[in-house]
Design a protein around this ligand. Structure first.
Ligand SMILES: Cc1cc2nc3c(=O)[nH]c(=O)nc-3n(C[C@H](O)[C@H](O)[C@H](O)COP(=O)(O)OP(=O)(O)OC[C@H]3O[C@@H](n4cnc5c(N)ncnc54)[C@H](O)[C@@H]3O)c2cc1C
Length: 406
């Protein structure tokens, strides 16, 4: 007789494996279907191979898209619960700056293997190289695999992730499956992704890192800021500070290029007073010497060109106008973002299944009873710092509570 599973989970990534573990431990017969030859490929590449699995300061404010659903799942699965769970799986952790939590081994395999082994020990069935291409919601859910096999289950969980980073499994498949079951998709755009800029001169700064404040969409109601490291590249801006504002930029790029500014001295409130004080000390220098010790040499050279400063003029002879120009550039060097880097370089997707169609207390679909949707497939994206994986675990936890309570 054909076997009917209690729960079929599509996707053996972060949320799928967490959900499988908790449901199997509660005695449910669970099958996890993974199209890749290996489970958890995105976990493995996360955090530069170190896996920033959660954050000690996680809160709803760290999420965009639908922060309300993040708030609801965080209430059920706050940071402490997450840490306890992973410690219970045998993963030793360390906390780094800004509350970022990593496995102590420094390897993402610690997290992926802990989940995979615990699922195996609890008795979950895994199928790799098994892509679900169709789901029918009848008396049971019938999941058709690419090779034609049909798998039946009483409940179905979509944990397919987003289309970001296709080289490790990112795919549109989850959106298509959700649509076929009645859901609406908020068009995904790249997030945590580097920025292509129009100004070709940026290539002169390639490889240089600086601590800055990034201001995207300055002086508009949509303005977003991020303080941290920027990496100048031959095409534009990368590094955590640029990545953090990319989701907001992606949302409006369809309407045309987007202005951003780079504050090169984020700890200095009043750039004019700062410059005047510095001129008192070093005013007898030429601009290049004046900027030494303050800016990277290449940044200083580009700034000199950009501001039209005379290379041999002593800084103490600058006019008020010149001083203001320099202060303005230091506080907000303008760049124009023309596009985001391709999906191959985007760590997450902003957009996804419309959360208005999800019960926040259970993660169950309101379009298709018995269907649950988790993780990055939903219209929720977190900042850089462990927040996206935390949402994946937390949404899985909430769904598992609901799936195992009867
Ligand atoms: C380079 C990189 C670095 C990152 N670093 C971090 C970090 O340090 N901290 C952090 O919090 N977040 C990080 N993220 C984001 C984080 O990895 C994701 O948000 C998280 O993995 C999402 O979990 P998920 O379960 O929703 O999806 P995933 O983990 O992507 O899992 C989805 C799984 O479903 C499978 N699948 C899809 N469709 C089908 C189908 N039709 N049939 C069968 N299987 C299917 C996929 O192959 C995949 O294995 C990073 C992402 C990338 C790309």
């Amino acid at each position: 007789m054909e076997q009917i599973y209690d729960i079929a989970i599509v996707g053996a990534g972060a949320s799928g494996m967490m959900c499988a573990l908790l449901c199997t431990r509660a005695g449910r017969r669970v099958i996890v279907l993974e199209k890749e030859p290996q489970v958890g490929r995105k976990i493995l590449v996360s955090g530069n191979g170190r896996c920033n699995l959660t954050n000690a300061f996680v809160s709803a404010g760290d999420y965009r898209g639908t922060p309300d659903i993040a708030a609801a799942v965080l209430e059920e699965f706050p940071f402490q619960k997450c840490l306890q769970l992973f410690h219970g799986l045998g993963v030793l952790t360390i906390e780094e700056n800004d509350g970022r939590i990593f496995p102590q081994s420094g390897k993402s395999t610690a997290v992926c293997e802990a989940l995979r082994l615990a699922c195996q020990e609890a008795g979950a069935t895994f199928r790799v190289n098994s892509e679900t291409v169709k789901i029918q919601a009848k008396k049971q859910f019938i999941l058709t695999q690419k090779d034609g096999e049909k798998i039946s289950a009483n409940r179905c969980v979509l944990a397919c992730g987003s289309c970001a980073y296709p080289q490790v499994g990112g795919t549109q498949a989850g959106y298509e499956l959700a649509k076929s079951l009645g859901h609406h998709i908020i068009e995904p755009t790249q997030a945590l992704c580097a920025l292509n800029v129009r100004e070709k001169a940026v290539a002169r700064l390639q490889g240089i890192r600086a601590q800055v404040r990034m201001i995207a969409l300055p002086d508009t109601p949509a303005e977003v800021q991020s303080v941290g490291e920027i990496l100048f590249t031959n095409y534009g801006l990368s590094g955590p500070a640029a990545l953090s504002v990319s989701g907001a930029i992606g949302k409006v790029l369809a309407q045309g290029p987007v202005a951003v500014q780079v504050d090169l001295l984020p700890d200095v409130d009043d750039k004019m007073i700062f410059l005047q004080n510095r001129i008192r000390l070093f005013g007898s220098r030429t601009p290049k010497a004046f900027f030494a010790g303050m800016l990277h040499e290449n940044i200083a050279n580009l700034l000199i060109d950009f501001a039209g400063l005379r290379k041999n003029e002593l800084v103490q002879n600058w006019t008020e106008n010149t001083l203001q120009t320099v202060a303005k550039i230091l506080g907000g060097w303008p760049f124009t973002v023309t596009s985001l880097r391709p999906w191959m370089e985007a760590m997450v997707a902003a957009g996804g299944v419309n959360c208005a169609e999800i019960n926040y207390n259970t993660m169950e679909s309101s379009c298709c009873p018995g269907l649950y949707i988790l993780g990055e497939l939903l219209n929720v994206d977190g900042r850089s710092g462990g927040f996206n994986l935390h949402f994946a675990w937390a949404s899985a936890y909430v769904a598992a509570q609901a799936l195992t309570e009867e």
